[in-house]
Ligand binder design. Structure first.
Ligand SMILES: *Cc1c(COP(=O)(O)O)cnc(C)c1O
Length: 386
């Protein structure tokens, strides 16, 4: 007897027809600029491991030493008995790194965003979100049950208008570096505006940390903005840090408030202490090895210059995220497939990750790509997109 609840075939067929079906590729071996998938070696232009730390020998050694000292699992939530000295030391180091009073570790960036927004807002408040915010920021806003307002992408005037009519407490929420576009939030103006309107400001700099700023301090270092100007700062550790986890940085009281109220902090197991130990090493490398950022910027410049010469449509980005707008989801998929046949892994990003009609190739660079690899990608893009 068929149970209609489980009749997913029609929906799946529709996704396939709309070019929106998602498939995973199995990777055999570590992350890097060259990865082994489906028995083939591909040059990887879709990872967020921007500094090449995910497979760094010192980071791996720290992870292993962490396992030896702390074991495999952390046993419980931070508030029960899972908060190790490795977690604690990492929090102190992240606070110093970001120039904030304190930092609090979360298991993932997704959970940090859900937990922080829903802890700080309630039904009678307003959350203001950039249209192109990451899904986890949008979901955090929805979970909070606050009145939900989206403003036009990076549009200060639209934000000003919506802040003026906000009810209750207002929280402005934005990506720092936009994850699918690579451009920056107009942060100095947003900080002024939030202050004028006595609103909160939360910036998720998942793609800025490690990449922007002389010391890798991300968008707040890039614009030299203090804790007073950007009071709620979120970072993730699975991207440029090359490991796993996330953190929130801000005032002593903010962090204490989150420890009490953020449900995705309270009701979840602490990430393995070994992951925190690995992150402590990547934090050290990320700050000390400025050549990684310089090399990354060289590659980005080289790519943009070459792409312009070929007449490719670039976006307004100087970060490691360099999308090429295609528009149609099917065409973006086809371009990604052709690139794969030529030995390059570039992902096609489709709705709902990006707005309808704006499917794109999302090309990302890492410090350990070579100039030859960038040139070879440009050649392949020329062949595939012309
Ligand atoms: C990747 C990402 C997240 C999620 O972080 P995870 O640690 O992978 O869960 C949150 N925000 C933005 C902007 C991201 O790009």
């Amino acid at each position: 007897m068929a149970n209609a609840f489980y009749d997913f075939a029609g929906q799946l067929r529709q996704l396939e027809q709309d070019g929106l079906y998602r498939r995973r590729r199995v990777v055999d071996g570590p992350q890097g600029v060259s990865v082994n998938t489906d028995g083939r070696e591909l040059i990887n232009f879709c990872s967020n491991d921007y500094l090449g730390l995910a497979n760094h020998p010192q980071v791996i050694a720290a992870f292993k030493a962490g396992v030896d000292r702390y074991g495999a699992g952390s046993g419980s939530a931070h508030l029960i008995c899972g908060h190790s000295s490795a977690h604690h030391a990492l929090e102190e180091e992240l606070a110093a790194f970001t120039g904030r009073e304190r930092a609090l570790l979360f298991s993932t960036g997704y959970m940090a965003n859900l937990g922080v927004i829903s802890a700080l807002l309630g039904r009678s408040d307003t959350v203001l979100e950039d249209r192109l915010n990451h899904a986890s920021l949008l979901d955090g806003g929805l979970l909070s049950r606050a009145r939900f307002q989206r403003y036009r992408h990076a549009d200060i005037e639209d934000l000003r208008a919506k802040l003026s009519s906000a009810v209750g407490k207002a929280l402005v929420v934005s990506d720092g570096v936009f994850s699918m576009d690579g451009d920056l939030a107009p942060l100095p103006a947003m900080a002024d505006l939030a202050e004028q309107h006595h609103a909160g400001l939360l910036i998720d700099d998942a793609h800025g940390f490690g990449v922007l700023g002389k010391n890798g301090g991300g968008i707040v270092e890039h614009f030299a903005l203090t804790q007073d100007e950007v009071p709620i700062l979120i970072g993730t550790l699975g991207k440029a840090f090359g490991t796993f986890g996330a953190f929130v940085a801000g005032s002593e009281d903010l962090i204490e408030m989150l420890i009490q109220k953020a449900r995705s902090y309270v009701f979840t197991t602490a990430l393995p202490a070994a992951a925190a130990e690995a992150t402590r090493t990547s934090l050290r490398l990320l700050q000390a090895e400025t050549w990684r950022r310089e090399q990354l910027q060289n590659l980005i410049r080289r790519f943009r210059q070459g792409a312009r010469q070929q007449g490719l449509q670039l976006m307004d980005s100087f970060t490691a995220i360099q999308p090429i707008l295609i528009g149609d989801s099917g065409q973006a998929m086809a371009a990604s497939r052709c690139l794969r046949e030529q030995g390059f892994w570039v992902s096609a990003i489709r709705p709902p990750t990006v707005p309808a009609g704006s499917a794109r190739l999302r090309i990302t660079f890492a410090a350990d790509h070579t100039e030859q690899q960038v040139d070879a990608l440009l050649d392949a893009l020329g062949r595939v997109l012309s």
